[in-house]
Design a protein around this ligand. Structure first.
Ligand code: DI6
Ligand code: FE
Length: 415
């Protein structure tokens, strides 16, 4: 990379998302701040009056941004999405309104499997186009980094197709996208009643090929009585370890299968959903340093009444992230800001917890904590400017988008 002249961001208010610890110099908010960016990275951060004259002089005026009102935060991170899929499931939405349960629809071959059918039929270009629209919605609210899962292919070619689309979206948009292979999402029709054989196929063919083509950054599974049991998931995880890939897990969403404890044994980056997580599971997460990802959109859509064990997660100091779970079944939602509001209102997260949950902790859920999720020296210069008086308003409003400007690696984001 060539050395460029520095860019300086002046902002009336900065929320840094730095993790509060006993050590000094952790500033979560800075008034009258200056941030110096070189080669896409933050090289100086502090109050404007402390900015060395020499740095100020090195910077050309065209390389200066000044925000005299509002708040600057780091780019938001959506650490759990199923953004790529064919069709939609509004028909099932109507069935659910008439009282048919999500699990029942899945058992009748609808649910995930109906999206699998639609996804297999679409071309790479078709999938790219619909996912790009959803990605634009996320981005318009300040998302600069996200995760995208496969899992609606459930056969080698279709899983590879989805993962390729995810890689292409990253190149096309310039956003940071982590891909996750979720081949162990459901048992496809052609393996009906042969879940173990399907797991053989996932381990022997899908994962090695996806990894070989460098299409996958992590491996996920759906541990549930309508998904896979812990024995089957551990076979998938063993394969992931062999391929040198980190793991995550859809765990305790509809029942307690003790998937979180299993995932912790494999030092999972995250376990996600967690409504039915118990204290043993929470303490296992503490030991492994795994992030608990909460998905209020799925909780809301399925009209779940059991909340994730927030108090216990706090007690054990397990980092909490929030994501959209954007998918056509349980969370047809492309708004991370709405998830912030829902996590506060439905799960009683504090505003501070919620903001950390879509920045610092979401970065950790993707293994990106060294470079993403905070405004701090040494981190990527991904910034969002918000037209709000207090940063709390990001959680307070819903159905409102106060984002005015987005910067990726110190550059204004292209439309
Ligand atoms: N849990 C979810 O919420 C998504 N996948 C999963 O394992 C939803 C999948 C879907 O309904 O399409
Ligand atoms: Fe999910």
């Amino acid at each position: 990379m060539t050395t460029s002249t520095p860019t300086i961001f002046y902002a009336a208010n900065v929320f840094t998302s730095q993790t509060r610890t006993s050590q000094k110099n952790v500033q979560q908010t800075i008034k009258n701040a200056a941030i110096v960016v070189e080669n896409g990275m933050i090289t100086w951060l502090g109050i404007e009056s402390d900015l060395p004259e020499q740095m100020k002089n090195e910077c050309k005026t065209e390389n200066e941004y000044r925000f005299t009102t509002g708040w600057l935060t780091t780019g938001l991170i959506d650490c759990h999405t199923h953004l790529i899929y064919g069709g939609n499931r509004s028909g099932e939405f109507k069935q659910r309104l008439e009282g048919v349960a999500y699990k029942e629809i899945a058992r009748q071959g609808g649910g995930i499997l109906s999206t699998v059918k639609a996804t297999r039929q679409e071309t790479e270009d078709e999938l790219f186009d619909s996912a790009l629209k959803r990605l634009h919605q996320l981005r318009s609210e300040g998302v600069t980094c996200l995760e995208i899962k496969s899992g609606y292919g459930l056969e080698l070619d279709a899983e590879i197709k989805m993962l390729k689309v995810a890689r292409k979206l990253a190149v096309y948009t310039g956003l940071d996208i982590k891909t996750t292979c979720l081949a162990a999402h459901a048992v496809p029709e052609e393996y009906k009643d042969r879940a173990d054989d399907y797991i053989d196929y996932v381990c022997d063919q899908i994962l090695p090929e996806a990894s070989q083509q460098n299409l996958v950054d992590a491996v996920d599974g759906f541990c549930e009585n309508i998904g896979f049991n812990t024995k089957q998931i551990s076979r998938v995880f063993d394969k992931a370890m062999e391929l040198g890939l980190p793991v995550k897990l859809h765990a305790e969403q509809l029942s307690n299968q003790h998937g979180a404890s299993l995932a912790a044994k494999y030092s999972a980056l995250s376990v996600d959903h967690l409504e039915y997580l118990d204290e043993d599971g929470v303490s296992a997460l503490k030991v492994s340093g795994t992030v608990a990802v909460l998905l209020p959109g799925a909780f809301y859509t399925l009209r779940e009444t059991q909340k994730p064990p927030i108090e216990q997660l706090r007690k054990y100091q397990v980092p909490i992230a929030i994501a959209t779970d954007s998918n056509p079944g349980s969370s047809p939602c492309n708004s991370l800001l709405l998830m912030l509001n829902m996590a506060c209102t439905l799960f009683q997260l504090t505003v501070d917890e919620a903001l950390m949950a879509v920045t610092t902790n979401a970065a950790k859920a993707l293994g990106l904590e060294a470079t993403h999720g905070q405004i701090q020296v040494g981190m990527n210069a991904d910034f969002v400017h918000w037209d709000v008086k207090e940063v709390d308003e990001l959680c307070y409003y819903f159905g409102t988008n106060p984002c005015t400007k987005i910067f990726k690696n110190g550059e204004p984001l292209k439309e």
